[in-house]
Design a protein around this ligand. Structure first.
Ligand code: SF4
Length: 228
């Protein structure tokens, strides 16, 4: 059973009143906020909005990636995250576990997150497409077009300070054709009021370990923007 401070309850009631609610929603889910240690009313509301979006996506069949997937990988993390990571799409392990970045590349991402001074539960992790492209091929334009609105709504709800896009596909999908990842990494781009710092995809770093220090320097740009 979650225990909210008096101040959090008052903030929650004020927020709900401003949103036009006439009674308290007593079934607010708490899992992700609780895991990240976030107990604010806005975190609980964002978590609720994310859960609603997930329900809306349901058993989505909007593109052909639905045909071979085992699970939809919605994304996970702190609904109030200041930092969000966006990758390309789920791989085999992610498809089986319905969780983003849990394979070998995911372990590398988790190490980067830890080195940045966060726990995985502190940040939010998602992908451009939510279903695994067969044989880990790149998602196609029409698949990205079909799935991107879901991610955009996730971003809108979470409203992070900084997004780190991981690799070419994620960077292009969010920012348009701004150039090759090697050229744009570590620079800061606007996405609405959010700042985006592209960097290499962890899978690339597994193949090119010498580029890890470049990713670390990109991570430091992101940390400065967050004020850490
Ligand atoms: S990739 Fe996205 S749009 Fe395509 S089926 Fe999966 S959830 Fe739907």
């Amino acid at each position: 059973m979650i225990k909210l401070s008096r101040e959090s309850i008052i903030n929650l009631i004020r927020y709900l009143e401003a949103m036009g609610f006439e009674r308290l929603p007593l079934d607010i889910p708490v899992t992700a906020c609780k895991a990240s240690g976030e107990r604010s009313a806005t975190c609980l509301l964002k978590e609720r909005q994310l859960k609603r979006l997930k329900k809306e996506i349901g058993d989505c069949r909007l593109c052909r990636l639905s045909e071979k997937r085992t699970n939809i990988v919605f994304g996970e993390g702190n609904p109030e995250a200041a930092l969000m990571f966006i990758g390309e799409g789920p791989g085999e392990e992610e498809d089986l576990q319905a969780r983003p970045f849990v394979g070998r590349a995911g372990q590398l991402l988790t190490r980067l997150i830890t080195k940045m001074g966060f726990k995985r539960e502190d940040v939010y992790i998602a992908n451009i497409v939510k279903c695994r492209p067969p044989n880990n091929r790149r998602p196609r334009e029409d698949e990205i077009r079909a799935c991107l609105p879901f991610l955009k709504r996730q971003i809108e709800i979470i409203s992070p300070t900084v997004i780190m896009t991981l690799g070419d596909v994620a960077t292009r999908a969010l920012l348009g054709d701004i150039g090759n990842i090697s050229r744009v990494r570590g620079k800061v781009y606007p996405y609405d009021s959010i700042r985006v710092v592209p960097t290499f995809h962890p899978s690339y770093l597994l193949r090119n370990p010498n580029a890890k220090w470049l990713t670390w320097s990109d991570a430091q740009v992101a940390l400065r923007l967050i004020g850490r």
